[in-house]
Write a protein that binds this ligand. Structure first.
Ligand SMILES: [Zn+2]
Ligand SMILES: [Zn+2]
Length: 295
């Protein structure tokens, strides 16, 4: 399968000369299978550019699965600007985590009420279905998709794709369950030695992944004042991913205050940490336009 990052920014779009390389658009990733099926992972502002590209390339009706990790702004704001939704004949299945009070359809239609947007959700010309997902294994576009809850203020799911012997995970947004990763007296670097059961489960989920895309909004220094905001540090992600035997790690959901030089420094620090841990995992900060072939 092929992956392309259309938005790598967290919280709010951050365009400008300082973010030209890593990109200013919020979360959106395109996953394309070998037989040409499209999965859109999150619909941040990057989805606008993806939609335009799909329209330009289309030789017939467009269909895709849209998987939302959750419905915070930075993961849905590109949805009303995704051009293929406005064309009759196109077909989309939209998936997102089940909530207590509102359905996925109601939340998405909320951001398109007339106070906020000129076109209402149910006026979109494409045929669209909405599916509220729970934790567990689902079949989407011929792939096995394992959904698991993240630790985040709004109900949020991570997704693990298994396709022709290849595994790809997309985990955003998520905050560590505990302050420290390792249990006192236990050997660090092993999943069994992880202190908090939630973090252990998170590491198990990413076990032996070919590609892990994980949010890493903060440095450990910044995290001190950002506890309970629902985000990870690159250090937490590298420690868990290395223990889980991940082969390639892409850090994403870059903080809007981080310019290209700062994100590049995070990438260096994350690579050095992986080396210190004795891991040969490849570590990169994802950038807008970045394309990866997997399998
Ligand atoms: Zn986010
Ligand atoms: Zn969020």
């Amino acid at each position: 399968m092929r992956l392309r990052f259309w938005g790598t920014r967290g919280s709010i779009a951050a365009p400008g000369p300082g973010t030209n390389h890593y990109g200013g658009n919020t979360s959106c990733i395109q996953l394309t299978t070998h037989d040409g099926k499209h999965v859109v992972l999150d619909c941040g502002t990057g989805a606008r550019l993806l939609g335009n590209q799909l329209m330009a390339d289309a030789k017939g009706p467009i269909s895709a699965a849209i998987l939302l990790t959750h419905t915070h702004w930075d993961h849905i704001q590109g949805f009303p600007f995704f051009a293929p939704l406005f064309a009759a004949g196109n077909h989309f299945d939209v998936y997102g985590p089940e909530k207590c009070h509102l359905s996925l359809h109601d939340v998405l239609s909320g951001q398109m009420e007339h106070h906020y947007f000129p076109v209402e959700l149910d006026q979109l010309a494409a045929r669209i279905t909405y599916k509220d997902l729970t934790e567990g294994t689902h079949q989407i576009c011929g792939m096995k998709v394992g959904a698991q809850h993240m630790n985040h203020p709004s109900p949020t799911l991570g997704y693990r794709f298994e396709y022709r012997g290849v595994s790809v995970l997309y985990l955003a947004d998520h905050e560590p369950f505990a302050e420290g990763v390792w249990r006192d007296g236990a050997e660090p670097g092993r999943i069994e030695s992880i202190l908090e059961p939630g973090d252990r489960r998170h590491a198990e989920y990413m076990k032996d992944a070919d590609v892990l895309i994980h949010e890493a909004q903060y440095t450990p220094e910044e995290y001190v004042t950002k506890r309970n905001w629902g985000h990870s540090t690159y250090a937490y992600v590298v420690e868990l991913a290395a223990a889980a035997g991940v082969r390639r790690l892409f850090l994403t959901h870059h903080d809007p205050s981080h310019d290209d030089a700062f994100v590049a420094e995070i990438e260096q620090r994350a690579r050095q940490l992986a080396q210190r841990l004795g891991s040969n995992m490849e570590v990169s900060c994802a950038y807008e336009g970045c394309e990866i072939e997997v399998g």
